[in-house]
Design a protein around this ligand. Structure first.
Ligand SMILES: [Zn+2]
Ligand SMILES: [Zn+2]
Length: 117
């Protein structure tokens, strides 16, 4: 069971983007508006001190996601509770940080990132 990532213009159950003006989704309680946003925006990123292209922003989100999954059980539980809902962002059909969440669900919602061979 995993989320379907859709464009914001399509019907959806959950908003998965960034709350406008808020680049700290880690400050938003899971389930509240914007909690699934990627703290790493396209363009200039204050966190990393560099410009992100799409794949780079998604790769940084993956690191952020794993760190929170490992250290915040409530966050992990909330991600699991997304089940197979339709989660929307602005990106689709381009690749999106929500794909990281889908990949994680499809891997069985592990607590720790698999070791790279
Ligand atoms: Zn960044
Ligand atoms: Zn997106």
């Amino acid at each position: 069971m995993s989320i379907t990532v859709v464009n914001i213009k399509e019907p959806h159950n959950v908003f998965g983007g960034r709350r406008p003006g808020n680049r700290h989704p880690e400050w938003i309680k899971p389930g509240n508006y914007g909690w699934l946003g990627n703290p790493h925006p396209l363009g200039w990123c204050d966190i990393c001190g560099r410009v992100h292209k799409r794949e780079d922003a998604i790769a940084e989100h993956k690191k952020y996601l794993w760190a929170r999954i490992q250290h915040e059980p409530d966050f992990r539980s909330a991600l699991m509770a997304l089940g197979n809902q339709r989660v929307a962002c602005y990106c689709t059909p381009k690749s999106c940080h929500l794909g990281n969440i889908k990949d994680w669900q499809e891997a069985g919602c592990p607590v720790v990132a698999p070791q790279k061979p």
